[in-house]
Design a binder for this molecule. Structure first.
Ligand code: UDP
Length: 240
């Protein structure tokens, strides 16, 4: 059952269970999508009703950022631990590489998804990447058609939030894929154009600080994030 964190339902699943749940969705009829909320999502969802509704209609909603864990704690609805989208994607690819299922990579700047595909095929022998497409397109239709023709079972949708979640909800069923996963900047990480924080930083819950040091241009975006904790305290005291 999902826990309500500032109006957004979040699943309280350890990573291994989240990956198993993602694989189970692949076997169910219909189209499903996974979202990975971080504090920025919660702040956007507060003002953007369409985004909030799409997040709450997701089949799986994983707490991507440490700020979501802190907010949940302050609300008195603690979540066990973070399930970062990039770790979920890796767990899923491990399982996909042992199956016949096909993966499509959508998003990031031209050339990035190709490089990510090459790196991932080296890292997960047996992984079947059936197509890639960059994330800077005007019309959805040709991209949807490309995914449909590729017969992808899973699509990693890496267009940034809220664009990727709205895209999945609108276009998911037309792609013919069983599972779409919104993964922000993951293709940049898989391509090696952005470095993920070393494990020590991740374990200490300081991945955000590492990212800020590496990409200082994100300061404006990140400076707003403590507001999530203020919102959580306010909601706790107002009994929401
Ligand atoms: N992006 C895209 N199309 C767009 C806007 C963004 O493909 O119209 C990509 C961008 O190149 C980057 C990703 O979406 O690879 C968003 O990364 P960001 O760091 O904002 O996401 P986060 O990891 O913070 O969720």
């Amino acid at each position: 059952m999902k826990k309500d964190i500032l109006g957004v339902g979040i699943d309280d699943l350890p990573l291994e269970e989240a990956v198993a749940a993602g694989c189970a969705l692949l076997e169910q009829p219909g189209c499903h999508y996974v979202v990975t909320p971080n504090p920025e999502f919660l702040l956007t969802a507060k003002k953007n009703d369409a985004f909030r509704e799409v997040l709450n209609a997701a089949d799986l909603s994983l707490p991507d950022g440490i700020g979501v864990i802190y907010a949940a704690k302050l609300l008195g609805r603690p979540l066990k631990r973070r399930a970062p989208g990039v770790d979920f994607a890796q767990g899923l690819m491990e399982r996909l590489s042992q199956s016949e299922k096909k993966l499509f990579l959508l998003g990031a700047k031209p050339g990035v998804a190709e490089q990510a595909a090459e790196n991932l095929c080296g890292r997960y022998p047996g992984l079947n990447i059936c197509g890639v497409s960059d994330g800077y397109f005007k019309d959805d239709a040709p991209v949807v058609e490309k995914i449909r023709v590729s017969k992808a079972d899973v699509v990693f949708v890496c267009l940034g939030a809220p664009k990727q979640e709205l895209w999945m909800a609108k276009n998911g069923p037309e792609t013919g894929a069983a599972l779409l996963v919104g993964l922000g900047g993951c293709l940049d990480v898989f391509a090696g154009t952005v470095q993920r924080a070393p494990e020590g930083w991740q374990k200490a819950g300081m991945e955000w600080l590492y990212r800020l040091i590496k990409e200082p241009s994100r300061f404006g975006r990140m400076a707003k994030l403590p507001l999530v904790l203020v919102d959580a305290i306010a909601a706790r005291f107002s009994g929401k």
